[in-house]
Design a protein around this ligand. Sequence first.
Ligand code: HEC
Ligand code: HEC
Length: 471
Amino acid sequence: MHRFALALLLVACGGGPKPADNPPGGTAGSGAGGGAGTSATEDPEPALGEQELAMLRSLSPSSLPAPPEDATNKYAEDDAAARFGQALFFDPRFSGQLLDGDNDASEHALGMKGDVGKVACAGCHVPEDGFSDTRTLHRQVSLGAGWGLRRAPSLLDSAQSRLLMWDGRRDSYFAQAFGVLENEVEMNSSRLFAAHQVFTNHRQEYEAIFGPLPPLDDATRFPQLSALQTGCRSLDRNNKCVGVRRGAPGDGAEFDALPPADQDAITRVFVNVGKALGAYERRLTCGAAPFDAWMQGNEEALSRAAKRGAGLFVGRAGCVKCHSGPYFSDEKFHNVGLQPALVAVVFIDANDQGASAGLTQLLEDPLNSHGGFSDGMDDRLARQPEEMPLGAFRTPRLRCVSSRPSFMHTAQLRSLQEVTAFFNRGGDKFGFLGASELQPLGLSEREQADLVAFLESLSGRGPDVALLAPP
Ligand code: HEC
Ligand code: HEC
C-alpha cells in the first residue's frame, strides 16, 4: 500500500517526526514575549536603524495592495462568477473513485476506497484553517484519491502569485484546476465527466455567466461517463495510473475519439469552471496583521521579541532577500538546500527537481496563459530566468504563516521553531541536488525565538466568514 516506504530512512527517523503542533494564534500584545526562562535582561529593547525601518515599510505599506489584474481571466472581478466559484469549491461531485486503501472513511480521509464524488477543493484546502490541509492524518501531505507528495499550500493571497504551485508549473487559476481534476491522486476525474456534471448540477448558474453549454444531453455526440468510469481505476506502486485514463486527453478512449471542435467545447466548460474558481480564490486574503498595526504606530501591537525579530528579518538574518514585498515573497524560485525527509511516516520524494521541471512543463502546457483558452497574457511567463536551478521552489508568502499545519514543500518541518533553526544552520548539510543559496546565520536561541515571534505577528483576520462556506 505504501509505495514510498524507505526502510533506511525509517530507522534514521525513529518512527517519524513528532507532531509538535505549532502554537495557534500570535503573540501579539503579549508584552514581554520571549520563551520560558527568558529573564528581563534577555528581553532587551528592540533597536532598529533607519535602514531596517525603511525595509520594514516595504513589507507593510499603509494599505495592502489588492491582487494584480488577472489577464488570463476576464471574470476575475465578476461577483456572480465568484459566487459560482465559491459553490464549486465545496462541490465534491466532480471527482472519481478513491483509489488508495488508506481511504478508510475516518475523519482523516474523504471516504472509503472505491467511493466516488468525495473530493472537493475544500477537502484539502480547509477554509477555517487558512485553506491549508489540516484534515489529512499527520497534517503534512494530502490524501485525496491517493497520496500526494507535496504539501497543499494555503490559498490566502495566492492571487499575488502569477506562477502557481511550488514549482511554478501553472500560470493561471483555470489551468491549475485541471491539474486537480485530472490528477489520479487528487480528484481522479476528467474534463468530459466534469462537463456532464456542470450540465446536470449547475446548468443555470453556468449559463447565466458563460452562455450556453454544449448539448451534453446528446449522447450520440458526447459519450456519458459514470463516476466509476472516469479518471483512473487503479494505481501502481509509484502512484501512477494503471491502464487507460478515461475522459481526458491522451486517454485513447472517449475523449480522444471526439472531433477537435467538440474536445475544445468540453475543455472550455472546465476552463470556465476554473475561471469561476479563480474569481473566488482571488478574494481569499489574510488581511492586515498586528505587524502592520505596529508599523502604523501602535507600539502595543507587538511584543518586544516580535519587534526584535522584525529587525533580524530585514537585517542580519537576511530573510527579506527572498521574502520581500507586502506578501513576503519575491515570487521567484530558490534552492534553500532542503534535504527531503520522511513525512506522514512513509512518504518521501527524494528526486523532486522543483521549478526546473515545473517551468518546462508550463511552457509546453496548451492551457498556459499564451494558449487559446486564456483571455489574455502578460509577462508572467517571460519574467523568470531561462536556466532554473535544480531543486528550486517558489518563495512562500508568509502572511498568516503561523496557522499552517506544517512547512516547506515537503511538509517535513513541523513548527516555526524548526523552520528558523533550518535557516539558521544555512539549510541542511546534504541538501537536495544543486547548490543551496543559504549560509549559516549564527543566531542565538533568543534571536531565533524573536524571529518566530515576528512570524507569528503576521496573522491577520483572514477572509470574510461568508467566504468560508458554500454561498
Ligand atoms: C488532494 C488534495 C487537494 C485537493 C483536492 C485540491 N488541492 Fe489545491 N493543492 C494541493 C497541493 C498538494 C498543492 C501543491 C502542489 C504542487 O505544488 O505541486 C495545491 C496547490 C494549489 C494552488 C496553488 C497555490 C499557490 O500558492 O501556488 C491552488 C490555487 C489550488 N491548489 C487550488 C485548488 C482548487 C481550486 C482545488 C479544487 C478544484 C484544489 N486546489 C483541490 C492539494 C489539493
Ligand atoms: C534564498 C531565499 C530565502 C531566504 C534567504 C529565506 N527564505 Fe524562507 N523560504 C524560501 C523558500 C524557497 C522556501 C520554500 C522551500 C521549500 O519548500 O523547499 C522558504 C520557506 C520558508 C518558510 C516556510 C513557509 C511554508 O509555507 O512552508 C518560512 C516560515 C520561511 N521560509 C521563513 C524564513 C525566514 C524566517 C528566513 C530568514 C531567517 C528565510 N525564510 C530566509 C526562500 C528563502
